[in-house]
Design a binder for this molecule. Structure first.
Ligand code: ADP
Ligand code: MG
Ligand code: ZN
Length: 453
């Protein structure tokens, strides 16, 4: 060792007050960035501490500034405030600031030893001549530590919030080839990842730090709706199986008890399922966009506190919800696409304990969803916006992928590892297909026969 690891830990404590890295991956990413040998790509879920992967290396370059590209002024403000509390100087250049303020920032950036450690900027601002001139000056006097691209998926048209101005960042790489780039994003598909590498013109070999998509403690299965007798009985039976031993359940404090989520596509289904399951004797509360804001808050609170162990919801539920003891996530209707399926089902088992992800699949449902998606496509054809049609067509293709997945004899975890470009995981018995292929094959055949009638 060259002592750089000791310095890393020193700075981690000195600037951030942390004694340890949040994960081995975070540590490795920082270490690689500090070496400045390769461009770095970091893909870890939200909340896992990606900012530190450019902030710590940036702080370890004395007297230099890290340029951080970020998509929104609101995000920029949060980060600058956060760094401010840690007594780390960060600033921004944007169209909203006054002349004086701007002059202060620019003259600091051009000084012999800038006080600013992080300059946050939107790609729109980065493209302006004013900024290009400042940057040229900084590079000439060797004042740039790194270029960091936060929310790097914005560079990809396949991502969910594409920003055309992110595409211009690739030109900076060509202009200043010697400066190391750090690109960071939450879990991205293989396609998005490849696009990030290409559009940002990152230099191969890129050092990649990617949280594997495989969730060992989650058991996935698909149940054919046509082959069950009573929907609500089946749901309630499965729910109580997942919630486990009743005595154990009662002994646990309500907020820490096992609980579950049932996702439905429509408000009508949410209401129907919540009522049906409750009638079976397990309290299930409804959550959808048709409820008043206060009703939604109340539903969520009842679920968080354990008063209502099950929440039945449309996909508007779950953003920012982080309950560790979710023992099951059921999709009563086919999810929108692989990414949504992964994200929604992934809310199960955050505490690492065994949990269940079940998808109830019916061809009838699939047909009616397909019908709606086809309507969207037809409507988008008459629209003047060409992007709309492309999006509607992509929604249909994504849906068809999920449908064929449901009717396929393939490891359920492999659906995700393929999508994210990870190696095929050692599933063993963590999905219905791998656990009992014969039984699954039989169920599939029965289902197909039923559908032909
Ligand atoms: P992300 O960008 O991946 O969503 P952030 O960078 O915003 O995550 O960090 C999420 C939280 O984790 C922040 O509150 C941050 O202070 C905290 N954090 C980051 N690294 C560490 C660490 N090594 N130890 C403890 N907390 C950390
Ligand atoms: Mg972040
Ligand atoms: Zn499997």
């Amino acid at each position: 060792e060259d002592g750089s690891e000791d310095r890393m830990y020193e700075c981690l404590e000195k600037y951030f007050g942390h004694k340890e890295f949040k994960s081995e991956l975070q540590k490795k990413a920082v270490k690689s960035a500090v070496k400045k040998k390769r461009d770095v790509y970091v893909s870890m879920p939200t909340g896992s501490g990606k900012s530190l992967c450019f902030q710590l290396p940036g702080l370890m370059c004395d007297g230099k500034v890290t340029i951080v590209f970020s998509p929104l002024l609101a995000l920029i403000k949060d980060q600058i405030d956060h760094l401010g509390k840690l007594k780390i100087q960060a600033d921004s250049l944007n169209s909203k600031m006054g002349v004086k303020e701007r002059e202060r920032v620019v003259s600091d950036l051009k000084s012999v030893k800038p006080n600013i450690r992080f300059l946050y900027i939107t790609p729109e601002q980065a493209a302006t001549q004013g900024f290009q001139d400042i940057l040229a000056h900084m590079v000439k006097y060797d004042k740039v530590a790194y270029f960091a691209v936060d929310e790097a998926h914005c560079v990809s048209q396949w991502g969910h919030d594409f920003r055309p101005d992110y595409l211009k960042l690739g030109q900076l790489r060509s202009k200043y080839p010697s400066i190391i780039w750090l690109a960071l994003t939450a879990t991205a598909s293989k396609q998005v990842r490849e696009d990030i590498f290409k559009q940002l013109r990152l230099n191969e070999p890129i050092a990649k730090f990617i949280t594997p998509s495989f969730r060992k403690n989650l058991f996935y299965d698909v149940v054919f709706k046509n082959s069950i007798e009573d929907d609500f009985q089946h749901l309630a039976g499965f729910a109580s199986h997942c919630l486990g031993d009743e005595e154990e359940f009662k002994k646990t404090a309500p907020a820490k008890r096992g609980c579950g989520i049932i996702y439905c596509r429509t408000r009508e289904n949410v209401e129907r399922v919540a009522m049906g399951v409750t009638r079976q004797g397990i309290n299930a509360i409804a959550y959808h966009a048709g409820l008043k804001g206060s009703e939604r808050v109340e539903a969520q609170e009842k679920w968080m506190s354990g008063e209502s162990p099950i929440i039945v919801a449309t996909n508007s539920f779950g953003m920012g919800v982080d309950k560790p003891s979710v023992r099951f996530v059921i999709h009563w209707d086919v999810p929108q696409n692989v990414a949504a399926y992964y994200q929604e089902s992934g809310r199960a088992g955050r505490d690492g304990k065994k949990s269940y992800c079940r998808l109830y699949y019916g061809r009838e449902d699939a047909r009616s969803i397909r019908f709606l998606l086809q309507n969207d496509i037809n409507r988008s054809r008459s629209s003047t916006c060409s992007g709309k049609q492309e999006m509607a067509e992509r929604a249909m293709k994504n849906f068809d992928d999920i449908v064929s997945f449901c009717e396929m004899m393939q490891c359920r975890h492999k659906l995700f590892s393929d999508y994210f470009g990870d190696p095929t995981p050692e599933c063993e018995d963590r999905c219905d297909v791998c656990k009992n292929p014969k039984k699954m094959e039989k169920a599939l055949l029965t289902f197909q026969r039923l559908c032909m009638d």
